[in-house]
Design a protein around this ligand. Structure first.
Ligand code: M6R
Length: 608
C-alpha cells in the first residue's frame, strides 16, 4: 500500500527519494511523486501516474541538488490514480505526503472554503488544514501540524515540508507506520525500514500519537499533547541481499526457494530434539499461565488466516483440552463474539501492519485477553502492541504473494501449541512426532524444492490456458488447498477456489467441466481412501485432475501426479503447498503477468 520516504542531510535528496520509493514498490502503488526544496525554499514538485519509471522520466529534466525532500507512492483510495491525485499535495507553502485515511475529510473540507482543491483526495484536505493553521509561516510548522492532527479522525503517517522552513521536516503517525533512519549528517524517513537499508542501520520507530521535527542532525519527538518522548534507537537487522532478487527472475520464486533457510531461522534455538520439546521465549507466559489456557483465538487476513486455520487443525490434534477458533480479522473486529475466560489470542501477520488485524488486536486487548503476535516484520506496529510474541524471522518478503511467511507462521503457531501442551503435561510420546517432524522440515522442504520445480513448470504450461481452478483437500490438506487457491488467483488471475473434498457433492461438483482443472492435495493418512473416492467422482464427470501426494502408489488415470517423496507425514501438506506455490508462479509466468506485483493488490494492507 502507499509508501513514504523523506530525506534531510548533505546529499542529493532526489537520489534517496527515488531509490527509497523503488524499495517500496513491492507494497503496491499506482502513482508516485516527490518534492524537494533548495536552501531558499524553492520547491521542485514532480508527480506521475503509473510506475516510478514515469517519475524518473520527469526527473531527468528536473535534476536538483536540494538537500531536503519527501516522496510517496500512492495506492488509490479516494479518487482515481492520476497525476493530480498523486502526492505530495501542496497547500500554500507546505507539501504533504500521507498514508492512511482521513475519515472525516468531508467535514474538514467543508470548513476550508477558501482553499481551491485540486484533487479528490482526503490527503489534500489534511494539507489544506495544516496550511490554514500555518498562516504562511506565522507559527512553526510543527504547531500547525499538531493543531490539524487534533481535528483528524482516521489513520495517518505523514511527512510535511515547508518552503518557509526548508531545513526541517515534520512527521507524525497514527495507525500508519513511520520509521526514522538516523545517519551521519543526514536523517531519513520511510514507511518501511527496507527503504533505509544501505543508508543506516539505526532506526527509531515512531509510535501512534507522536510527532517529530527532523533536521539533518536533530530529531525531536513529542506527543500531540506536547509531552517530550525519549527516542529508542533500534538496529535494523535486514541486509541488502535480503531485499534483492539474488539471481532469480522474480522475488516470488526466490522466496519460494529460500524456504529451507527461512524456516531454519524460525526454528533457530527453539527446538530441542533430544528432549523432544520446543522452547519459545517470546510469548512471555509463565508455565502457570500456559496451563490455564482453555481457548485460542487465531486472527489474521488472507494467507495469515489460512496459516491460522492450518495450525488450528494441528494444535487440536495434540491438545485435547483446548478449543481453537481461527477468524478473519475484517469480520471479527465487528462481531460481538464472546471470548471465554482463559483465552489467548494469536495475532498473525507477516507485515505486522495489516489494518484489520491491528484493529482486532486492539479490540481483543480491550477485553483483557492476552495477545501473542506471530509476526515477521520486526518493530512493526502489531509486534509492538501485542503482550508477547514469536517473530517468524523469515526476512523481508517482497513479493505481494506471501509464501515463506505462510510456512513459518504455521510452524511457529504449532510450536506455540506445543508449548501449551508441554505445560499442560501432555505426554511426550504424543508431542515428540510433531517436534521431530518440525526439526526436519527444512531438509524435507529442500528435497522437495530440489525435485519438483521442473515437473510443476511443465504442468503449469499445460494448464496456463484455463481460467478456472478448484483446489481440493481434506483435513489439514483443506486449509492448505485454500492457501493454494489464493496463491493462484492473486498472481495469475485464474478464478481459483478451494473446497473441503467432502463438500464437493453439496454443490461445487456441478462446476466440473472442460473450463476447470482441479488440484487435489492428497496426503497419506486416515482420510486417504475417502479422498481417492472423491477423486473418482471428479474423474467420472470429466475433471482435469492434478494430484499432489506423498502416497507410495497412486494409479488413478489423472492428468498429472506430483509425488512428494518425504518422510514427513504430519506436515506433508506444508510440502504439498510448495507445489501450489510453484504452480501459481509458473502459470503466471506463462500468462506473462507481473508476478511480484499483481494488479490491484498491495503487500501491506494498511487501510481497512
Ligand atoms: O501482512 P499480513 O500477513 O497481515 O497480510 C495479510 C494478507 O494481506 C496477506 O497474507 C495476503 O493475503 C497475501 N497477498 C496473500 O499472498
Amino acid at each position: 500500500m502507499c509508501g513514504i520516504v523523506g530525506y534531510v542531510g548533505e546529499k542529493k535528496a532526489q537520489d534517496y527519494l527515488i531509490s527509497g520509493l523503488k524499495r517500496l514498490e513491492y507494497r503496491g502503488y499506482d502513482s508516485a511523486g516527490i518534492v524537494t526544496l533548495d536552501d531558499e525554499g524553492k520547491a521542485t514538485l514532480l508527480r506521475a501516474k503509473g510506475k516510478i519509471a514515469n517519475l524518473e522520466e520527469k526527473l531527468a529534466r528536473a535534476k536538483r541538488d536540494d538537500h531536503i525532500g519527501i516522496g510517496h507512492t500512492r495506492w488509490a483510495t479516494h479518487g482515481e490514480p492520476s497525476e493530480t491525485n498523486a502526492h505530495p499535495h501542496q497547500a500554500g507553502s507546505i507539501y504533504l505526503v500521507h498514508n492512511g485515511i482521513i475519515e472525516n475529510y468531508k467535514e474538514l473540507k467543508a470548513q476550508l472554503k477558501e482553499f481551491e482543491f485540486q484533487s479528490e483526495t482526503d490527503s489534500e484536505v489534511l494539507a489544506a488544514l495544516i496550511n490554514s493553521f500555518y498562516q504562511n509561516g506565522q507559527y512553526p510548522l510543527v504547531n500547525a501540524v499538531v493543531q490539524a492532527l487534533k481535528l483528524v479522525k482516521g489513520t495517518y503517517g505523514i511527512a510535511v515540508v515547508s518552503e518557509i522552513e526548508p531545513k526541517e521536516m515534520v512527521v507524525a503517525r497514527s495507525g500508519s507506520p513511520l520509521v526514522i533512519g538516523v545517519g551521519h549528517d543526514e536523517t531519513l524517513i520511510a514507511s518501511d525500514a527496507s527503504a533505509l537499508i544501505g543508508h543506516t542501520k539505526r532506526a527509531i520507530y515512531l509510535n501512534d500519537g507522536e510527532v517529530a521535527v527532523i533536521g539533518k542532525n536533530s530529531i525531536e519527538i513529542k506527543t500531540l499533547n506536547a509531552e517530550p518522548v525519549s527516542a529508542k534507537v533500534e538496529e535494523i537487522e535486514t541486509n541488502l541481499a535480503a531485499i534483492q532478487k539474488g539471481g532469480y527472475d522474480h522475488f516470488l520464486l526466490k522466496e519460494i526457494m529460500e524456504q529451507p533457510e527461512s524456516l531454519i531461522e524460525t526454528l533457530r534455538g527453539r527446538v530441542n530434539l533430544k528432549e523432544g520439546m520446543v522452547h519459545l521465549g517470546g510469548p512471555g507466559l509463565s508455565e502457570a499461565e500456559l496451563r490455564k489456557i482453555k481457548h485460542l483465538i487465531i486472527v489474521g487476513c488472507g494467507t495469515a488466516y489460512h496459516a491460522g486455520l492450518l495450525a488450528g487443525y494441528y494444535i487440536e490434534q495434540f491438545s485435547p483440552e483446548l478449543t481453537i477458533e481461527t477468524v478473519i480479522a475484517s469480520e471479527y473486529r465487528y462481531r460481538s463474539a464472546y471470548i471465554p475466560e482463559n483465552s489467548v489470542a494469536l495475532i498473525v501477520s507477516q507485515s505486522g501492519e495489516t489494518a484489520d488485524t491491528l484493529a482486532c488486536l486492539r479490540e481483543i486487548k480491550k477485553q483483557g485477553v492476552k495477545t501473542i503476535g506471530i509476526v515477521n516484520a520486526i518493530g512493526s506496529t502489531i509486534a509492538r502492541e501485542v503482550d508477547g510474541g514469536t517473530y517468524v524471522h523469515v526476512g523481508p518478503e517482497i513479493s505481494v504473494a506471501s509464501t515463506k511467511a505462510f510456512t513459518s507462521q504455521v510452524v511457529a503457531m504449532v510450536m506455540f501449541g506445543l508449548t501449551i501442551a508441554q505445560a499442560k503435561g501432555v505426554k511426550g510420546a504424543m508431542l515428540r512426532p510433531y517436534v521431530e517432524e518440525i526439526a526436519h522440515l527444512p531438509e524435507e522442504i529442500r528435497t522437495v524444492l530440489d525435485k519438483v520445480p521442473d515437473q510443476v513448470r511443465k504442468i503449469a504450461e499445460k494448464h496456463a490456458e484455463y481460467d478456472h481452478a478448484i483446489y481440493l483437500g481434506r483435513d489439514t490438506a483443506y486449509p492448505t488447498a485454500m492457501e493454494g487457491a489464493l496463491k493462484l488467483k492473486e498472481v495469475s488471475y485464474v478464478d481459483a477456489n478451494a473446497y473441503a473434498f467432502g463438500e464437493l457433492k453439496h454443490g461445487p461438483l456441478a462446476l466440473i467441466d472442460d473450463r476447470f482443472f482441479e488440484v487435489v492435495l492428497l496426503p497419506k493418512g486416515a482420510l486417504y481412501e475417502k479422498a481417492v473416492s472423491n477423486i473418482q467422482e471428479v474423474l467420472a464427470r470429466g475433471g482435469h485432475v492434478v494430484v499432489v501426494t506423498n502416497a507410495d502408489r497412486f494409479d488413478l488415470p489423472v492428468e498429472d501426479v506430483v509425488k512428494i517423496e518425504s518422510s514427513a507425514e504430519l506436515f506433508a501438506p506444508l510440502l504439498m503447498n510448495l507445489v501450489s506455490q510453484l504452480l501459481a508462479y509458473y502459470i503466471t509466468v506463462c500468462k506473462g503477468f507481473n508476478v511480484d506485483q499483481p494488479r490491484n493488490l498491495a503487500k501491506s494492507v494498511t487501510v481497512e
